[in-house]
Each structure stands twice: as structure tokens, then as C-alpha cells.
Unconditional design. Structure first.
Length: 91
């Protein structure tokens, strides 16, 4: 009940709740691809660290950097949040 009164008071004062509408960041093919590639790289880096293989570790770190680059390229290509290649599903 107090929450409703506070919300009404904020509306009366012109205070805008920035969290009223979800922004949906990260829910895109670009973000999922980036995270998946980086997750594979992180697991491989952990394995390389455990088996004390510098080569496996640093190649895995490079795979994680590639994940960032691929995600950025996909975002620029329109597959990021609000991108031109995505349908607006309204969720």
C-alpha cells in the first residue's frame, strides 16, 4: 500500500521511474553469439590453466576476444537489440 502511495507521489512530482519499462538489453542474436563464443573460450582457458598449457590458455583468451569482435560485427549488421534485421516481438 505504501508503495502505491510513493509511486503516486512520484508521478505527482513529475519523477520518472527509469526502470518502468524493460530495455531488453542482451536479448539478441548478437549478444547470445558473443556470450556463447566467450563461454567456450573461458572453459577452454580454464582447462588450459588447469593442465598448465600456456598455448591452450592463450589461444582460448584469443577465442574470447574473437567473441567480442563477432558480437560487435553482428550488432553493426543489425542483429543487436533494436536492430534492423530483427522483428519487434513486443516482449
Amino acid at each position: 500500500m505504501a508503495n502505491t502511495a510513493t509511486s503516486q507521489a512520484q508521478q505527482d512530482e513529475g519523477v520518472v521511474d527509469i526502470h518502468a519499462e524493460p530495455i531488453g538489453h542482451g536479448n539478441s542474436p548478437a549478444a547470445w553469439t558473443c556470450v556463447l563464443i566467450m563461454l567456450v573460450g573461458a572453459v577452454a582457458a580454464a582447462i588450459g590453466f588447469i593442465i598448465a598449457s600456456h598455448l591452450v590458455f592463450w589461444i582460448s583468451i584469443a577465442v574470447m576476444v574473437v567473441g567480442l569482435i563477432v558480437g560487435g560485427i553482428m550488432k553493426k549488421a543489425g542483429y543487436g537489440v533494436g536492430g534492423s534485421k530483427l522483428k519487434n516481438r513486443g516482449h
